[in-house]
Design a protein. Structure first.
Length: 455
């Protein structure tokens, strides 16, 4: 086990080789904060800008509940009894340095309130695809759209913003981005707006210890705290993990259907509430995320084991290519999750009266696949009484619509560089469809370029 000086030396060496665009990555404040809790106590870990003494102050309104001073270190930790109120504030940082002093508001009760999977009444609906820890870009993007002010506080009024999954992995600042969205959600709600989060495959990967795409700097945050990266976001005991576990995998806002990968024909019969209930049920299973943990299974009484059919459904829900987390069939129809002639898929589509006209499927293979894909999207929209399906997961060069506007793709090749705006029109017709970039005014959507596959 490395001592304090060893960790500091390792940090220095790794910092020098992190993201090329950020030669001096940040670890202090919410860039390196974790908060764990149970029914009895709260445990807070934070990082300082350098080796220094630390301090944590716990506040409930104007009352100071506790003060902790910690010895010189890069990583600091303190534990205190869980406050009677689930809402409290943390002030923390390096005691000698007022510039390394931060505040984070905590609401433990949020983890007891599952987000609604269906919402009505959004006039201005903004959607951001996969952000992958690109915190600075997200701030610039939201600022350019007038959704946050110069102090990064909500200024979007009654607007709705959707983060469409994959906030984790690749980028340097996943932890800070999550705390930012956590705070912004509450600020928007107070102002009459909403911030929504839809889970993507990389959220599930982080929760289940699949760390293949975790960035070097984010790995270092966990290393400095001397814990596994997934522990920072545990859906059983961390504030951020439990908060994420309340989020849907399929969200409907008015006539707009939103999912990370997309609703495939395999899950056509599921309602938005079915998706929510299934996710909640699986997250509550003791074996969630422990599929390959032989020690866990060895210690689990046989009567507690799931039957094989249940286990297979659970696995497929999270990991099958046709799942709502991973589906790519709408942007890469040459590799659909089910073959175009698959009986089950055809029967499901036909049951909604939307089997493609055989005359339209003659000609090239691509034309046939496009026709089948369009029919599948139409069936999904009819099933959910929606007019457009917005998806991420498969990258495109810019926010664009496909299949006559029935599908909109929002996962950028450069994460966090564009955002969709669906705004109600003055005459009550179809929403205006615009794309915001990092600077400048919004632009009309483009159509039908080629999606690119990324893990």
């Amino acid at each position: 086990m490395l001592g304090i000086l060893g960790l500091a030396a390792l940090a220095t060496s790794l910092i020098g080789s992190t993201h090329a665009r950020d030669p001096e990555p940040r670890f202090e404040g919410e860039y390196g904060l974790f908060v764990h809790y149970d029914s009895a106590e709260v445990r807070v870990g934070w990082l300082t800008a350098g080796l220094r003494e630390g301090r944590l102050v716990v506040l409930a309104g104007a009352d100071t509940l506790a003060v902790f001073d910690t010895p010189e270190a890069r990583a600091h930790v303190a534990t205190f009894p869980r406050p009677e109120s689930g809402s409290f504030a943390l002030e923390y940082g390096g005691a000698p340095d007022s510039e390394d002093w931060h505040r984070t508001a905590i609401d433990l009760d949020r983890a007891t309130r599952p987000a609604r999977p269906a919402v009505e009444g959004a006039d201005s609906l903004f959607v951001i695809g996969d952000t992958h820890g690109e915190f600075d870009r997200v701030r610039q993007l939201l600022g350019n759209a007038g959704l946050i002010d110069a102090a990064d506080r909500w200024s979007g009024g009654m607007s709705h913003v959707v983060f469409l999954g994959d906030m984790f992995d690749r980028g340097d600042d996943v932890t800070a981005l999550l705390w930012f969205i956590y705070r912004l959600e509450r600020e928007a709600e107070v102002a009459g707006g909403r911030v929504h989060v839809v889970l993507g495959n990389h959220e599930i990967m982080a929760m289940t210890d699949d760390l293949r795409y975790v960035g070097r700097k984010e790995r270092l945050v966990a290393m400095l705290h001397r814990m596994g990266y997934s522990e920072l976001f545990s859906p059983r005991r961390s504030v951020l993990g439990r908060w994420l576990a309340t989020k849907p995998v399929l969200l409907k806002i008015d006539e707009v259907l939103l999912a990370h990968g997309g609703v495939s024909p395999v899950y056509l019969e599921y309602s938005v509430q079915d998706f929510r209930d299934t996710l909640s049920s699986y997250l509550d299973r003791g074996y969630f995320g422990r599929w390959d943990d032989s020690t866990f299974w060895a210690n689990l009484p046989r009567e507690a084991w799931p039957d094989s059919a249940e286990f297979a459904r659970h696995w497929d829900f999270f990991w099958d290519p046709s799942s709502v987390f991973w589906y790519r069939g709408y942007l890469t129809p040459e590799k659909p999750a089910a073959p175009p002639g698959d009986a089950a898929s055809a029967d499901t589509t036909a049951s909604y009266g939307l089997e493609p006209d055989p005359a339209e499927t003659h000609g090239t293979d691509r034309a046939r696949l496009d026709s089948v894909t369009a029919a599948r999207i139409a069936a999904v929209l009819k099933r959910h009484d929606a007019t457009v399906h917005v998806i991420g997961h498969t990258t495109v060069g810019m926010v664009e619509e496909r299949f006559g506007g029935a599908l909109i793709a929002v996962d950028m090749e450069e994460a966090g560089t564009e955002m969709l705006l669906l705004a109600r029109s003055d005459d009550g017709g179809r929403r205006k469809r615009l794309r915001f970039t990092l600077e400048g005014p919004p632009q009309a959507l483009s159509s039908d370029s080629t999606g690119r596959v990324t893990p």
